[in-house]
Design a protein around this ligand. Structure first.
Ligand code: CAA
Ligand code: FAD
Length: 384
């Protein structure tokens, strides 16, 4: 077993670290406060090749491995989880899904610019539309209907909580085409935001990741050409589940980054803040918090890297990605709360960043499958 990163992986990690410090840190508090989508940061991420990291260069991607993706996600999430969720959705849900299951035509038309993150010099990213007002964890209960009309489908319904909802140009939409077939009657479609009948709802006013744009999306008699269906008829739910298995590595890495950002700021603060005549790092209660944070963060990192390694080696990573997500997200919630405690009153105000980490951490336990859903996936797998 080799725990050493390659030269290339170390370079990517350093590039992501530099990017986060230089491009994401300035203005992160204001973007959070005013719910401002990090447009300029995403354009620059695209220039670095980080919006289609794992996509074959033939289709506009950077051809990197999943380990590099985990490293980059951690570094960027240490500073701004609103930037990293946009990156995660485009990388592991949208471009990976199209790269793996798209037709040659779909890849040329959609994957290429999505992996570049730009088209004609403008932002060009995607969103993944599975959740609905009545179908979140219970994702097979889709109410959005795509009626087969021969050479096209007619799409009607509403999707909820869509990350990149307004900033995306392309939506991957799951919809029911045959209710009698249950999960096997679901299909996935590529839908363009600019098509007639597509409406973007109001932006959600969120607790955390406030820079990311979360919207509901409505479809009213939208004509979707048959060539925009992904995979064979009825493949849509499996497409969603397989794509989400990789997505969960991305969100686990986001949680890992929030936890390590919380730790790094806490460590620094304990070296500076004095109480009872000494730096607070010399109080054993504080040292124990730091020791527990470091240990749980390392365990989260190893779970993320193991899932990524399995993916890179063509193995089944469904179990390990759920384990990584549930463990890393619970670590992020706990570690960011400890970070606020270590900072005392200063932790409760925005300038010290850790209150944002605490708010941002919560979503990692909810999206791309709640912690309860991850335990369902893990439980079913170990009982098999
Ligand atoms: N790979 C391939 N196929 C799979 C699969 C997988 N990982 N998991 C399930 N399937 C297949 C099953 O084999 C089954 O197929 P058959 O009908 O042919 O047997 C079919 O899918 C239905 O599976 P289940 O019976 O297991 O379905 P279920 O109703 O019990 O639900 C679940 C399982 C794991 C709870 C699933 O519904 C789930 O993951 N829910 C959470 C949804 C989710 O994660 N949403 C995230 C939205 S995207 C997002 O959140 C992005 C963001 O924020 C940034
Ligand atoms: P519910 O499914 O109603 O769950 C409510 C509670 O019940 C949860 O605690 C859940 O764990 C629990 N529960 C449900 N079923 C069970 C069970 N069988 N056993 C035990 N407990 C159970 N979705 C997308 O498709 N695309 C996106 O881009 C996207 N981005 C998001 C961004 C944000 C900021 C948010 C808040 C959500 C986003 N989502 C997105 C939706 C997200 O994936 C769902 O919110 C999530 O899957 C949970 O679904 P729900 O909100 O309907 O909760």
């Amino acid at each position: 077993m080799n725990f050493q990163l390659t030269e290339e992986q170390l370079m990517i990690q350093q590039a992501a670290r530099d990017f986060a410090q230089q491009e994401c840190l300035p203005g992160v508090i204001e973007r959070d406060e005013h719910q401002k989508f990090p447009h300029d940061q995403i354009i620059k991420l695209a220039d670095l090749g980080f919006m289609g990291m794992m996509v074959n260069p033939e289709y506009g991607g950077a051809g990197m491995d999943t380990i590099s993706y985990v490293l980059a996600m951690e570094e960027i999430s240490k500073i701004d989880a609103s930037v990293s969720v946009c990156m995660s959705v485009n990388n592991s849900l949208v471009t990976w899904g199209l790269d793996t299951y798209g037709t040659e035509e779909q890849k040329r038309k959609y994957l290429f610019p999505l992996a570049q993150g730009k088209k004609d010099g403008e932002l060009y990213i995607g969103a993944f539309l599975l959740s609905e007002p009545e179908a979140g964890s219970d994702a097979t209960s889709q109410r959005t209907i795509a009626e087969d009309k021969g050479d096209h489908y007619i799409l009607n319904g509403t999707k909820n909580w869509i990350t990149n909802g307004n900033s995306a140009s392309v939506y991957l939409v799951m919809a029911q085409t045959d209710v009698s077939k249950g999960a096997q009657g679901i299909n996935a479609f590529i839908v363009e935001k600019k098509w007639p009948g597509v409406t973007v709802g109001a932006k959600e006013n969120k607790m955390g990741i406030r820079g990311s744009d979360t919207h509901s999306i409505m479809f009213n008699d939208v004509v979707v050409p048959k060539e925009n269906r992904i995979g064979a008829d009825g493949f849509g739910f499996k497409f969603a589940m397989k794509t989400l298995a990789g997505g969960r590595i991305g969100i686990a890495s986001q949680a890992l980054g929030i936890a390590s950002g919380s730790f790094e700021r806490s460590l620094q603060y304990t070296k500076e803040r004095k109480a009872f005549g000494k730096e607070i790092m010399h109080h054993q209660a504080i040292q124990f918090k730091l020791a527990d944070m470091a240990t749980r963060i390392e365990a989260s990192r190893l779970l993320c890297l193991k899932a990524a390694w399995e993916k890179d080696n063509g193995m089944d990573y469904t179990l390990s990605s759920s384990m990584a997500k549930v463990f890393a997200s619970e670590t992020a919630m706990w570690a960011s709360t400890e970070a606020v405690q270590i900072h005392g009153g200063y932790g409760y105000v925005k300038e010290y960043h850790v209150e944002r980490f605490m708010r941002d951490a919560k979503i990692t336990q909810i999206y791309e499958g709640t912690s309860e859903v991850q335990r369902i996936v893990i439980g079913r797998s170990i009982l098999k």
